[in-house]
Design a protein around this ligand. Structure first.
Ligand SMILES: *Cc1c(COP(=O)(O)O)cnc(C)c1O
Length: 356
């Protein structure tokens, strides 16, 4: 049976990426070698790295003076690398969920952290609006998309200080004004490639003079100076990332992806909002994520959770169990998910409801 993959991460990848990766596992770029066994210093892999970096720059319209890196350690390592390199005295953080919270925890190891606002009081089901970023902070860090709770900030903020963002679960789903940011990072496994690589887009002059001695591998300058090839990079995820980036370009770029994502999200939210038995966990439409749609059964239908899950499974729907801290259901609608899969989910919700 055809599967409809709504996993939050690792998550669905395009057939283009999967097929080309599978082919390269057998024969990479006509080398007669597998991508799994080829030197990262080979000219064939250098070409992969160069094109992947160039395509990130092209798709996101990254201005001159920035570098694109593919690092190991996941987005979680960036929680520490960012303050290690940039936090001299004090940093400002917006607390919009577990990932943002973990970033705060790491930053506290390096200096003062001013949490300018938090939505923890309502289990992170909204985006705090009224806060000011102190002008004496070394930088402001926020999470664009809160994967677990299904909230999202889709507008690049104006801040008086350096801007740093975790875009792990919504990068490539909207145009970004990169010039507003000093550093953007994103784990690959949500909207780009298999787990193992983290994209970092960094303004070169922001990290030239770190405020403390930093181990070589954790210093952004090391990786900038070596074109993200200081040590062995995650070769296979970078190869797959390149396939996805080519696919995104072929589809027409970020604006086309954004339109597809908006259409998918609108279809599902519409079905939830008009449903007798389901409700969205994020009440304010403006705060709702277009990547991760979180919903629950209304309290009077709560006992149907297991039976809806089984019904959905029987339709080939995979990965809609909500995160344990929210419960209910979460449908992740990343770029590679076709709208047909959303239609299957919406139809399953309607059919289930009509049978009651
Ligand atoms: C998944 C996720 C992370 C964690 O990524 P790892 O690569 O597992 O460290 C961090 N931030 C956000 C917003 C995420 O969705």
């Amino acid at each position: 049976m055809k599967k409809h993959n709504f996993y939050a991460g690792p998550s669905i990848m395009s057939q283009y990426t999967i097929k080309n990766t599978a082919d390269a596992v057998l024969d990479f770029a006509n080398t007669g070698l597998s991508i799994l066994e080829v030197s990262h210093r080979s000219k064939e892999f250098q070409a992969v790295m160069d094109e992947a970096q160039a395509l990130v720059k092209e798709l996101l319209e990254v201005p001159d003076g920035y570098s694109v890196l593919f690092l190991g350690g996941g987005a979680s390592l960036q929680f520490a690398m960012v303050p290690y390199n940039l936090l001299k005295n004090k940093a400002a953080y917006l607390d919009t969920g577990v990932w943002a919270h973990k970033a705060v925890k790491e930053a506290k190891l390096f200096g003062d952290v001013d949490v300018v606002a938090s939505s923890e009081d309502r289990n992170y089901n909204y985006i705090p609006k009224d806060y000011t970023v102190p002008a004496d902070a070394d930088y402001f860090h926020y999470t664009t998309n809160n994967t677990i709770y299904g909230t999202e900030i889709r507008k690049d903020p104006d801040t008086p200080v350096r801007l740093v963002s975790d875009m792990s679960s919504d990068i490539f789903s909207r145009p970004v004004d990169v010039s507003k940011y000093d550093l953007i990072y994103a784990g690959a496994q949500k909207n780009l490639a298999p787990a193992g690589a983290t994209i970092v887009i960094v303004r070169d002059d922001a990290v030239q003079h770190p405020c403390r001695p930093i181990p070589t591998m954790l210093n952004y300058k090391t990786h900038i100076d070596k074109g993200s090839m200081f040590n062995t990079p995650p070769v296979l995820p970078i190869f797959s990332a390149l396939q996805t980036l080519r696919y995104y370009k072929e589809l027409g770029g970020i604006k086309v992806l954004e339109k597809m994502d908006l259409d998918k999200a609108a279809l599902l939210y519409e079905a939830i909002d008009s449903s007798k038995i389901f409700e969205a966990t994020v009440p304010d439409h403006a705060d709702r994520s277009i990547m991760n749609v979180c919903f629950v059964l209304k309290p009077e239908y709560a006992e149907l959770e297991k039976s809806f899950m089984e019904f959905a499974t029987s339709k080939g729907i995979v990965g809609i169990k909500g995160h344990r801290s929210v419960g209910g259901f979460r449908a992740s609608l990343y770029n590679a998910l076709p709208i047909e899969s959303v239609k299957v989910l919406v139809d399953a919700m309607k059919e289930f409801q009509n049978k009651l």
